[in-house]
Each structure stands twice: as structure tokens, then as C-alpha cells.
Design a protein around this ligand. Sequence first.
Ligand code: SF4
Length: 219
Amino acid sequence: MVYEVSYELLGKIFVAALLIIAAVFAMGLSLAYIVFKKKKLIFPKFILFVLDSFHAMSKKAVSLLGGNEFMIEIVGIEIRNKLSKNKFAKTPYSERIIILPQCLRKLECPAKMSSVDGLKCIGCGQCKVAKIAKKAKELGYKDTIVVPGGGFIKRIIKKYKPEAILGVACPHEVHGGMAQLAKTGVVLQGIILKYGGCVETKVDLRELYGMMSLSSSPD
Ligand code: SF4
């Protein structure tokens, strides 16, 4: 009899736990949708917790509901950007680096790829990489690194020891990189490519320069 009561109780606790998880998930996803549509941040840390804890489930739910395939990543990036914006602005330019994806370059790019530093742009001017690197240099950034993928990031952090990173990539890469580095203490800002597709992609220079120039103290 004692065991029967215990099993019944366990069953109730299990069902109650499932209902609470479902409610938390539904609330997180609803708030994420508000961020996506209205750009309003309500309980941003709660949304991040839900999206990070249930990433695959969130993607599936958005897909079943016919939403934007990158909504989860876009919302995650937007929230992380807003939460870190002030810290990024306070970080001296000299302690920041920019990480660009190699897909920004032209197919005829003459630069060589290094397994340590990524693509060594020679400034031929066929794509925007040289222009962005020049702007970063003028501002006083530590460096601009062009990488073939997210696997380079840890190596770059080890080498450059930046206090802040501004990363440009597709939604999946920016979101993954920000989530991966969230606990490292490095201040992060992310920008999504304007036109993706892995070859000769584009970034919104106005948006990028605006973010690069963020500053709340004379450098
Ligand atoms: S500007 Fe740099 S990255 Fe772009 S195509 Fe020329 S060498 Fe390659």
C-alpha cells in the first residue's frame, strides 16, 4: 500500500514537472517572439535561459509554427548584444578585436590562409575586408582576423587575449560563438551577415561601423 501511494505521488510530481517545463518553454518562446517582432526586451535573461536550454526544441517549435528559421539565433544575438553593449562601449579599442568570416572575400581573393591567423588579407580591395580592417586600425583595434569557421575562435582568444570581440557571421555561427564564449568573460557583440550563402557574402557596413565605433570613454 505504501509503495502504491509513493508511485502515485511520483507520477503526480512527474506530470507537474512536465507541465511547469512546458509552461516555462511556452512563456520563453512567446517572449522571444515579442523580441523578434517588436524589438522589446522583456525578461531577457529568462528568454536566454529558455533558448539556450531548449535550443533544438525551440527551433523545432518555430519551424512547426511556420516562423523564421533563424528566429531563435537572431533573438539570442539581439539579447546578448543589448546586455553587453555598455561593457563593450567601455572597453578600449586597443583591447578589442574583430572577427570576420572568410566568405566575405571574393572568389578570386589572392590572400593566403594561415592555420594560426586565418586569412591574411593583402588589401587588394576586391571585397570589404580590407576596408573594414583599415577602419578598425584607424580606431585603434587590436586586430581584424578573418577566419574560415568558429573552430578558430578559441585559438584566437588564446593568442590575442582580447577583452572584447566583435564577430560577424551567419546567424548560426554568431549565435553559437556567443553562446560558446558566454562564460569566458570576453565581452561580445555580434552582427549577422546581410547576405549569407557561404560565398561572397555581404555585411551592412553602416551597422558594423556603428558597432565598431561604440565608445563611452576616450581611447
Ligand atoms: S580585400 Fe583582402 S580578403 Fe578581400 S579579396 Fe582582397 S585580399 Fe581577399
